[in-house]
Design a protein around this ligand. Structure first.
Ligand code: PEP
Ligand code: MN
Length: 447
């Protein structure tokens, strides 16, 4: 492949940026940034352009986006088994959605870069001891230890390398035969196979097998059945990391953030006049913004004008995360105003971040029923307004964890302590993820 992306030659204005780590040593940071600036791109501009086209289809109801993965990736879980399990979950969900709704599913992992976390409190206090909060593995360690909680800029470089190895494995899995549709049964192994959702999946996979055998007998074996397009996304939170990985594409002379195909701006950093939105406005990747229940319609219209002034379909995704209790009241006003302003957007529902609560056990959790109810509300609002529900954004894992309550697998509050493994927010386990996919497939059919 020709090296189309050259070293960066971009100057950035000095704008306020919220949620940046309190780096204790400016020279350490400069050294890490200098290293990052000359490392090879993780993704190519042409891939980002292709994703933009797929998102454009989702903006007009001709495709549906499935974005999923960890709240916070960790270096410890950057293993073949863990990455494969997450990929398997997304592939299984995607097959469920494609088969039921006969719609192309745009598959995007919250992975290979999701190493930075915004926090509501910059300082964590335990038994009177204060430390910098955990800000993601790219900044400090989760252990409550003064030395390990010190932001260490070399971790930025480590996050880059961890992302490179994860993406390498994802590319091998998705292009090298593992994602072949004839493997649909193979993705349904281990604990999930015996679950209700796993059995339902197995029946569907048998139907798909029969259809494939029929087509094969007719002489059709298209390339599309043997590979899948899979894209990597993360929150563009660390201004230093993302700027260092922004390069000028030598083909077009335009800047791309080569740390991931799709970057989003979080709910806490979407101020119109600050560094994150400015950064997103400069790069040519498709970008997203989280939109919570306190957002005003006017502010989101302004954001849409800033981030998509050329009105390019697929360029801007609004990831709404209102909470099950608010989605039906708050979302219509925003959708109406944005739709009327004429900037095309992809509407995606994140039914996780507006539905976080504390369990009686003290765990941060989410109720499966709230997650489903928010997606239902999202579909209702778009149906009423004649706009398109373009996708879902889910925190999930491939493992049998007990972090969210509910689902037919019956995770109860009392079970939360059994396998509560997340480094940040509670994720759906594999069975809950498949169950969600079947429910969303029904909503897509009735859309
Ligand atoms: C997240 O996606 O993990 C997150 C922090 O979301 P939000 O910005 O919507 O709160
Ligand atoms: Mn989260």
């Amino acid at each position: 492949m020709s090296p189309r992306i050259s070293a960066p030659a971009i100057t950035w204005p000095d704008l306020p940026a919220l949620q940046q780590p309190p780096w204790p040593d400016a020279q350490e940071l400069d050294r890490a940034v200098a290293e990052l600036r000359v490392l090879p791109p993780l993704v190519f501009a042409g891939e980002c352009d292709q994703l933009m086209q797929r998102l454009a289809a989702a903006s007009v109801g001709q495709a549906f986006v499935l974005m999923g993965g960890d709240c916070a990736e960790t270096f410890e879980a950057n293993t073949a088994d863990s990455i494969r399990a997450r990929l398997q979950t997304v592939l299984q969900m995607s097959v469920i959605l494609t088969y039921a709704a006969s719609l192309p599913i745009v598959k995007v992992g919250r992975l290979a870069g999701q190493y930075f976390k915004p926090r509501s409190k910059p300082i964590e206090v335990r038994d009177g001891v204060e430390m910098t909060s955990y800000l993601g593995d790219a900044v400090n360690a989760i252990e409550f230890d003064a030395g390990l909680r010190r932001p260490d800029a070399q971790r930025l470089v480590r996050a880059y390398h961890a992302s490179a190895s994860a993406l390498n494995l994802v590319r091998a899995f998705t292009q090298g035969g593992y994602a072949d549709l004839r493997q649909v049964h193979a993705w349904n192994q281990d604990f999930v196979r015996e679950s209700l959702a796993g059995q339902r999946y197995e029946a569907m996979a048998a139907d798909i097998d029969r259809a494939l055998s029929f087509m094969h007998a007719c002489g059709a074996n298209p390339d599309e059945f043997q590979r899948v397009e899979f894209y990597a996304a993360h929150e563009a939170l660390s201004i230093d990391y993302e700027r260092a990985l922004t390069r000028i594409d030598s083909r077009t002379g335009l800047p791309y953030d080569v740390s991931g195909h799709f970057l989003w701006i979080g709910e806490r950093t979407r101020q119109l006049d600050a560094a994150h939105v400015h950064f997103a406005s400069q790069i040519r990747n498709p970008v997203g913004v989280k939109v919570g229940p306190t957002a005003s319609p006017d502010e989101i219209v302004e954001l849409a004008e800033i981030l998509n002034p050329e009105r390019i379909p697929g360029r801007l995704t609004l990831i709404t995360r209102m909470g099950a209790g608010a989605v039906r009241d708050v979302l219509p006003g925003i959708v109406q105003k944005v739709d009327a302003c004429g900037v095309p957007v992809v509407w995606i529902c994140d039914p996780m971040h507006g539905n976080t609560r504390e369990a009686t056990t003290g765990h941060k959790t989410r109720l499966f029923d709230d997650v489903i109810d928010e997606v239902l509300g999202f579909f209702e609002v778009h149906r009423n307004l004649g706009t398109f529900p373009g996708g879902i954004h889910i925190e999930l894992t491939g493992d049998d964890v007990t972090e969210c309550v509910g689902g037919t697998g019956g995770v109860l509050e009392g079970n939360l302590g059994d396998r509560y493994e997340t480094a940040c927010d509670p994720r759906l386990n594999r069975e809950q993820s498949l169950e969600l996919a079947f429910l969303v497939a029904d909503m897509l059919i009735k859309r």
